[in-house]
Design a protein around this ligand. Structure first.
Ligand code: ATP
Ligand code: NAG
Ligand code: NAG
Ligand code: NAG
Ligand code: NAG
Ligand code: MG
Length: 425
């Protein structure tokens, strides 16, 4: 770790003033070097002025680490960058996607925060990893798992090398940053933890920028996991990302599979500040090659790509397994078709879909041939049905940042065409 500014030695102060520092962690940190008259005077002054919270009012359990030490640790984490594990399996090289993402990770000028979107299982996480692995200096990567919402800020804090229980948020610290103590103490989790973490993050981002002359980058992958549990926390994170971009303080990159939560993201006013970047599927040629490397024979590989998977990794992985068990392409397609039929049937029983002149029928058939502008689709399908078709577990429509929709994947195109008896134009 490089020498961080004001990084006071962590151990010494602990041993010197355990009781004082338990209560006066913040002030104590500023004079961490000795039990001096200055220290006592400061402590007494602070006590009298009631600028320091007592143990009960301390928002997070005060341990004995100075803010400098805590901040220095997060700064060091950014400077070192997150360690991205090697990719172990056969790897399809995607130089265009990776170069695009590297531009997102290290913008020459920070104007917006970025939302990276792409269909479920199209290879976003892997491509982002590839883009970071080459040089992770200045980049912290965090992925949201299927944790409960209240745990999210704490797990993000861990990725940032921040231990909340080692930092005392005093009233003065909060006031200096325009936050009233009451606002924080009255906030429910996970918002309380998020707000406190975001304050520290800003401080460290400022330090990083001052020291290195450019902003650090924070990547939060799989934010769809947050959105699934309600939009509020994601909106708070977006507001932070927008403010950080406005002040050119920190480059925030959010990664999500679009379908489920793009409506949520769009509903946030902070979305106007977001730049949307898309990770797409690999090409059919790359997909066939991928299956060949996984031991699928050439004929099956070509048909499986053309009729079911296109260049969607998650489908290619599933096909590898099923073909390996001896299933036929036709048979596998039939399973997909039944799933799509069930989803459609459940959604549009009431919508006179099976009326070849209806607008719904026509636009779904049009979509089997390619992308349509979102306005056309909203008009034909209505917003409610559109939103349902976009939902991740339904996986029929896919949104693209050029304001178009397509059907979600190759097998859905073929299933819809078959189900609705769409004819070629
Ligand atoms: N370039 C690649 N070469 C080989 N396999 C890949 C590549 N990219 C992704 N995969 C494989 O495809 C699967 C999905 O990839 P990944 O998790 O990166 O997709 P994703 O878009 O992040 O998915 P999700 O929407 O679920 O977050 C994984 O099993 C991964 O190993
Ligand atoms: C990695 O990126 C940083 C910041 O942009 C740069 O200063 C450094 O030289 C790069 N390191 C390598 C090995 O390319
Ligand atoms: C089919 O849809 C069109 C347009 O939506 C409508 O005018 C017509 O009555 C429908 N026909 C039937 C049989 O439902
Ligand atoms: C918009 O993007 C989609 C998906 O990347 C693509 O298929 C379509 O052709 C694009 N449409 C336009 C008008 O650029
Ligand atoms: C499609 O065609 C089949 C057979 O011709 C018919 O049974 C079915 O009702 C048609 N479906 C629609 C949606 O028109
Ligand atoms: Mg992912």
């Amino acid at each position: 770790m490089s020498a961080a500014p004001a990084a006071a030695p962590a151990a010494a102060p602990d041993q010197q003033q355990p009781t004082f520092r338990g209560v006066f962690g913040f002030i104590g940190g500023a004079v961490a070097n000795a039990v001096s008259t200055t220290f006592i005077v400061l402590v007494v002054a602070a006590f009298v002025a009631q600028h320091v919270l007592d143990a009960k009012k301390t928002i997070m359990d005060a341990k004995t680490h100075s803010p400098e030490v805590v901040l220095a640790r997060m700064l060091a984490r950014f400077e070192a960058g997150s360690v991205i594990p090697r990719f172990e399996k056969y790897h399809v090289s995607r130089p265009d996607a990776v170069a695009m993402l590297q531009g997102v990770l290290r913008p020459s000028l920070l104007k917006d925060y970025t939302v990276v979107i792409g269909e479920v299982g199209c290879g976003k996480t892997t491509a982002v990893h590839d883009a970071i692995r080459a040089n992770s200096t200045g980049i912290v990567y965090h992925i949201v798992k299927s944790e409960v919402l209240v745990s999210m800020p704490g797990l993000l804090a861990r990725s940032l090398a921040f231990e909340p229980n080692q930092f005392t948020f005093t009233e003065g610290y909060l006031k200096d940053r325009g936050v009233e103590l009451d606002e924080v103490t009255s906030a429910a989790e996970p918002f309380k933890s998020w707000v406190l973490l975001s304050l520290i993050l800003r401080d460290v981002a400022q330090q990083f920028k001052t020291k290195h002359g450019h902003p650090a980058t924070l990547v939060i992958d799989a934010v769809d996991e947050i959105a699934q549990q309600g939009p509020a926390l994601l909106h708070a994170i977006q507001d932070f990302a927008k403010a950080a971009a406005d002040e050119q303080l920190l480059n925030v990159v959010l990664v999500t599979c679009d379908g489920s939560n793009l409506p949520e993201l769009k509903a946030s006013s902070a979305m106007t500040r977001a730049r949307i970047a898309e990770v797409s599927d690999i090409t059919d040629e790359q997909a066939v090659d991928f299956l060949l490397h996984r031991g699928v024979n050439e004929d099956a590989a070509k048909r499986a790509v053309a009729e079911i998977a296109g260049g969607r990794f998650v489908l290619l992985n599933r096909l590898t397994k099923q073909l390996g068990r001896g299933q036929q392409v036709n048979q596998i397609f039939e399973e997909f078709r039944e799933d799509t039929a069930d989803s459609l049937q459940r959604l549009i029983d009431d919508l006179a879909l099976y009326n070849a002149t209806s607008a719904v029928h026509k636009s779904l058939c049009d979509l089997t041939h390619g992308a349509l502008h979102i306005d056309i689709v909203h008009r034909a399908l209505g917003k409610d049905l559109t939103k349902k078709l976009l939902a991740t577990h339904i996986n029929i429509l896919a949104y693209h940042p050029n304001d178009t929709y397509t059907l979600h994947s190759r097998h859905v195109q073929r299933s819809v065409a078959a189900l609705l008896n769409c004819t070629r134009p």
